[in-house]
Design a protein around this ligand. Structure first.
Ligand code: SAH
Length: 250
């Protein structure tokens, strides 16, 4: 019996942003549970597996978390190798840690596999360096959406000199704007909104904190999207295929 559950980060969408370890785990899997933010093209790595869709998108009809966990447990107890594919990284707003702990308390061997989280991918795809010497000395990943709707500590988040990456913020733009302004962040702080990062339909819109809601409405920002907030969000770092890059042009 090779019963095991792999909790795999499928990355932000581009199938080429998958890790080699994820590909190896998928090749071993007999059952694959796939979340709805995962690009189905990734299933090309597990043609042998039975695939179960377990979408759990906020606000939509979804498969309850407890059901998904019991499903993983049932397949594992049948002696099967199970892969649970989650968008981005399983441990960034993905419950990977919780699921691993729960499976382990039920005696199931579990392994977490990193994925590239959407915030990092989105920024890089748009030429935004989340940390930048002399501009941003750190980065905070934060969700605008909490289960109990408890407020964020906006004052702590509003300190300058670091970059904020906001997940699940599309329906909370006004709250983000107000909270950060009240916390002391400058009204003209740059913001980048990045939708469908790394996918062919990726879109981006640059704005400022004070203009965030109006610009998002005009742009028709929709989920999944991340916000990058901070001085780096006004920049677009050059790629090395730029003809002005001396290493290439020279
Ligand atoms: N574990 C995931 C995050 C899941 S929470 C990760 O590490 O990326 C879901 C949120 O992630 C979405 O509301 C959105 O804010 C963000 N997200 C996921 N995929 C995205 C994508 N391709 N582009 C932009 N944002 C994305």
């Amino acid at each position: 019996m090779n019963a095991k559950v792999w909790l795999i980060g499928a990355g932000p969408g581009d199938p080429e942003l998958l890790t080699l370890k994820a590909v190896r785990a998928l090749a071993e899997a007999e059952v694959v549970l796939i979340d709805d933010l995962v690009n189905p093209q990734i299933l090309a790595h597990c043609p042998q597996a039975r695939v179960v869709a377990v979408g759990k998108r906020g606000g939509c009809r979804s498969t309850p978390q407890a059901f998904i966990q019991r499903l993983m447990l049932r397949y594992a107890r049948q002696g099967r190798c199970v892969a649970r594919l989650k968008g981005g990284d399983p441990c960034i707003f993905g419950r990977g840690g919780e699921e691993a702990a729960w499976l382990q308390t039920h005696g199931i061997e579990t392994e977490l596999v990193n994925g590239i989280t959407a915030g990092l991918a989105g920024a890089t795809q748009c030429g935004i360096s989340l940390t930048l010497r002399g501009v941003s000395r750190g980065v905070t990943l934060v969700t605008a959406h909490t289960q109990d709707d408890s407020p964020l500590n906006w004052q702590a988040l509003a300190q300058g000199g670091i970059t904020l990456v906001v997940y699940m913020g599309v329906s909370k733009l006004e709250e983000v704007r107000q909270g950060l302004l009240a916390g002391g962040l400058a009204a003209d702080t740059p913001v980048a909104m990045i939708e469908n990062a790394s996918l062919p339909q990726q879109r981006e819109q640059r704005s400022t904190l004070v203009q965030l809601c109006e610009d998002a409405a005009r742009f028709k920002l929709s989920s999944p999207a991340i916000l990058v907030i901070g001085e780096v969000a006004a920049r677009r770092e050059r790629r090395c295929d730029d003809s002005t890059c001396p290493a290439i042009a020279g």
